[in-house]
Design a protein around this ligand. Structure first.
Ligand SMILES: Nc1ncnc2c1ncn2[C@@H]1O[C@H](COP(=O)(O)OP(=O)(O)O)[C@@H](O)[C@H]1O
Ligand SMILES: [Mg+2]
Length: 737
């Protein structure tokens, strides 16, 4: 038993026992001197109580204070028996007979103890299986000798006989000695005082230094401890306490959270750094609250390596991998999808974005308790130029996970060169940038249900394009662009009412014509050839003019789908012809609003061969555009209905909330499954962005800034829209919902 264990169980240490032995001997000698006037009484009978007392102290304080081996019991009982039997009681005047009877009874007890001790010693090594009887005798012998071999039992009879028999002449001495024996042997005042001093000292130490909070019930390597708390009030998240680990090292512990387990409170904490100064007298396995603990923020700063202010929210648990980590948090930590977290790996700060959380049960000591396990996808390290850059490894088990406090102290996320801000990482000030050249060069898609902010984002991109001297050609049948982009002097391109009506009529004639509608087809071709030149001319004028300009392609409302497609094809063909001829003289951005109506998915959708041809032609233009500096920006709330061959060419994809399975299935080719699962949960102005143009090497959830001016402009426009258009939109809304 170590000193510490003895202290815990109330035993005195070796040194204290030695001290107690000397003190007790001194007290006995003083008692003897005071009562009898001699330190050691001369007469053998009168001396006996003193010798018995000394024997008792040696037995209980030196040889075996908490465990009596049978040989000790044997020696003591034998000594006592010999002393008692050799006593001459004949000189005792009164009660001689009674004392004699008492003496022999005590001798019998001593002899019994001796026999039992001998049995225990002889059969002590008997095998349980082979010699059960001997084993039994040894155990019984041990128990009896242990019980009757106790110092108080062995040495009290000789002392009593000595006091009662040999001091009859002076009853006062008799009384004092009797009281003295009874008090010192039964109450053990010396040991009691020593123990009390010990306790008072430790209370005093703890008062100005440390107060016990509980005991460690589990250590999860390398640094997580679970503590069975004596008082739950003392365990606050963010508080720093001290722990003396089972290996006796003392560490700082940052409290994370506490929970109930059966009738007990259990606290979870994270150990960090050696405690300085250490707690004197700390017991291994114990946790203490300190009067002057380390500042939690200092500790968190040390752990996170980030001094912009952070909260430690949890720690990494099993099932994590390089792209997605899982971490445990307390159910009451306020976190949500999209929140930015980070871990330290070496001297790198690696960011993760929360995608999901689930509840879990942990059978810690077979007592289930609820906890939340959060999944967060890796964004990587933050680089001034490239944004988030992938990191090639995962944090180790139990690594702490932090959430940076706002505002975040990174000042290098502002757009540079041709970049523009798409949005921010939710709950932070980190700007997510997109490079306009990449938007244009690699085609871009903005997807999501109606009313999530797609068109406003497209407007932002268009404004950026114009600012960078790009020609922007918008195909918009919603009437929004013309009004909302009025400040950018849009040129209206498109067929005149008369031309559109004629085209409409000719297409209809082809559809209904007899004998393969040969005549009608010729008429249509002639008409298209006729209008091709003016279209070409207007496109050329638009593209050749100096500087940036915005062209908006519109059609009169009467046109049907076929005419729309045909006319669009005419214009796009002209743009391509011009671009081909003038090889990258101009950068052109073609914006297709409500793209599902312009480039519908024709596969299996029941379109006739003419329409299929037209869509195929538009697709071709789209696909070849890159070579000639013509980029596509596709906006659609009906992902499932947009031509997949074109969509798959969009290397940048900004996805707002979407719920329909077909669209989500398609998007699982673009994003990981974990990311696709977040798409239906995205809120207003939240989007999942990924691709060439986005300054993040992994998909990232972004939150677009709320701009009241946009809302106002949009609402003002809605008020003036014709009602049938609004109804149309509402119908659309319902379908997509
Ligand atoms: N960044 C923004 N700040 C404020 N309001 C916005 C923002 N983006 C969109 N809105 C508003 O949300 C509504 C839907 O936006 P819109 O871009 O038309 O969505 P979608 O094109 O996806 O249908 C509009 O009223 C618009 O003004
Ligand atoms: Mg829109």
């Amino acid at each position: 038993m170590t000193d510490v264990e003895q202290k815990q169980t109330g035993y005195l240490t070796q040194k204290q026992r030695l001290l107690a032995l000397f003190l007790n001997i001194a007290i006995f000698l003083i008692l003897s001197r005071t009562v009898t006037n001699q330190f050691i009484p001369a007469a053998a009978g009168q001396r006996l109580w003193l010798l018995s007392g000394l024997g008792l102290f040696f037995l209980t304080l030196l040889s075996a204070p908490w465990f009596r081996p049978p040989r000790n019991a044997l020696v003591n009982s034998l000594t006592s028996a010999l002393l008692l039997s050799s006593l001459d009681l004949s000189s005792i005047a009164t009660m001689g007979m009674t004392l004699n009877v008492f003496r022999w009874l005590a001798v019998v007890l001593n002899v019994t103890t001796c026999i039992c001790a001998i049995l225990a010693m002889i059969f002590g090594d008997a095998d349980v299986a082979q010699q059960p009887k001997r084993r039994y005798l040894s155990v019984v012998g041990y128990r009896v000798s242990d019980l009757f071999g106790r110092g108080e039992l062995v040495f009290t009879p000789p002392a009593l006989i000595s006091i009662l028999g040999y001091y009859q002449n002076v009853p006062e001495q008799q009384l004092w000695l009797f009281f003295g024996w009874a008090f010192i042997i039964l109450v053990r005042p010396v040991e009691l005082t020593l123990r009390l001093i010990d306790e008072i000292r430790s209370i005093a130490i703890r008062k100005d230094n440390a107060q016990c909070l509980g005991t460690i019930s589990r250590v999860d390597n390398p640094n997580i401890i679970r503590v069975a708390l004596t008082s739950s009030a003392a365990w606050h998240s963010g508080k720093v306490v001290a722990a003396c680990l089972p290996n006796a090292t003392q560490v700082n512990v940052l409290c994370l959270f506490s929970h109930t387990e059966e009738s007990q409170m259990v606290g979870t904490g994270l150990c960090h750094g050696v405690l300085s100064p250490p707690i004197a007298d700390a017991v291994p396995g114990t946790v203490y609250a300190m009067a002057t603990p380390l500042d939690a923020q200092t500790l968190v700063k040390e752990l996170s390596g980030y001094d912009g202010g952070t909260d430690l929210v949890g720690f990494v648990v099993e099932d994590s991998n390089i792209s997605t980590i899982k971490f445990e948090v307390s159910p009451d930590v306020p976190l949500e999808e999209g929140v930015l977290t980070f871990c330290r790996q070496g001297n790198q700060t690696v960011f993760y974005q929360i995608l999901d959380a689930r509840t879990a049960e942990e059978s810690f000591g077979k007592n289930p308790r609820g906890k939340h396990v959060v999944s967060a996808a890796q964004l990587g390290c933050l680089d001034a130029r490239k944004g988030f850059v992938k990191y090639g490894w995962l944090p180790s088990m139990n690594s702490p996970v932090f959430v940076p406090k706002k505002p975040i102290a990174f000042d290098f996320t502002a757009p540079q060169g041709d970049e523009f801000a798409v949005g921010k990482v939710p709950g932070s000030d980190i700007i997510v940038r997109a490079g306009f050249s990449d938007v244009l060069e690699y085609h871009t898609a903005i997807l999501g249900v109606t009313g999530t902010g797609k068109t406003e984002l497209a407007f932002d991109i268009i404004r950026q394009a114009l600012a960078l001297g790009t020609k922007v050609f918008c195909v918009d049948f919603t009437n929004e662009y013309k009004a909302r982009l009025a400040a950018n002097n849009p040129q209206l391109l498109g067929l005149a009412l008369k031309q559109a009506a004629e085209l409409d009529q000719k297409l209809f004639a082809v559809e209904t014509g007899e004998y393969g509608a040969k005549k009608e087809k010729e008429a249509l071709k002639k008409f298209v050839d006729e209008i091709r030149d003016p279209v070409k001319k207007s496109v050329e004028d638009f593209l050749s003019s100096e500087g940036a300009s915005l062209g908006i392609f519109e059609l009169p409302e009467i046109t049907n789908t076929k005419a729309t497609l045909r006319a669009t094809e005419l214009y796009l063909s002209s743009i391509m012809d011009w671009a081909r001829k003038n090889r990258r003289a101009r950068r052109v951005l073609v914006v297709l609003e409500e793209a599902h109506t312009i480039i519908p998915e024709t596969m299996g959708a029941g379109f006739d061969s003419d329409t299929q041809w037209v869509v195929g032609r538009i697709s071709q233009i789209a696909l070849q555009g890159r070579k000639y500096g013509v980029g596509l920006l596709i906006i659609s709330q009906r992902t499932a209905l947009v031509s997949k061959s074109i969509l798959s060419q969009c290397n940048t994809c900004v996805t707002f909330s979407l719920v329909d399975k077909t669209s989500l299935d398609y998007l699982s080719n673009v994003y990981s499954q974990a990311h696709v699962q977040t798409i239906p949960n995205l809120r207003f102005l939240e989007a999942l962005a990924y691709g060439k143009a986005i300054r993040s090497e992994r998909p990232i959830i972004i939150k677009l800034d709320y701009d009241p001016a946009k809302k106002k402009a949009c609402d003002a426009l809605n008020a003036t829209l014709p009602t049938d258009k609004k109804e149309d939109e509402q119908k659309n809304d319902q379908q997509t919902k």
